[in-house]
Design a binder for this molecule. Structure first.
Ligand SMILES: [Zn+2]
Ligand SMILES: [Zn+2]
Length: 144
């Protein structure tokens, strides 16, 4: 997903979000870092280059962006929300060992607006949990 500054501003404009510098920085970060970061991770990273960033701003901005559908909020655990700017339908794999969360290609994913057995889809999330290939190899080198 090649999303430049103009595309980010357009995406925000389209849903009526004023493209402030902090909102743009958060979007840029999500577009560039496709590791599905938490708000905490984004805050820790952005604060290094922009010391005026506040934690509240990051949390509120992510909440707003998710509400407006500009980013996806993935609830992977009871107390953890991860964010991403890739809106193309795809599933996720979460490693219970290293906590990595990465994209999975899932065939025939429904999109918002589709119907499943008469039910209207607003959001479709596939989350697979397990032990990732890297951790399996580390634990049992024979698998490599
Ligand atoms: Zn792992
Ligand atoms: Zn993803």
């Amino acid at each position: 997903m090649g999303m430049n500054l103009q595309a980010i501003c357009d995406a925000l404009d389209r849903v009526g979000i004023r493209p402030t510098q902090q909102r743009i920085e958060i979007m840029k970060y999500l577009v560039k870092h496709r590791v599905h970061p938490t708000a905490e991770m984004i805050y820790a990273e952005l604060k290094q280059t922009i010391p005026t960033f506040s934690k509240t701003t990051v949390y509120n901005t992510l909440k707003l962006l998710a509400e407006k559908g500009v980013v996806l909020a993935l609830a992977t655990d009871e107390d953890q929300v991860r964010y991403e700017a890739n809106l193309t339908p795809h599933g996720h794999f979460k490693c219970v060992r290293c906590d990595d969360l990465f994209d999975l290609t899932i065939a025939d994913m429904a999109s918002p607006g589709d119907e499943i057995e008469g039910n209207l889809v607003l959001e479709y999330q596939v989350l697979v949990k397990g032990v990732c290939r890297r951790c399996r190899t580390a634990e049992n080198p024979v698998l490599d």
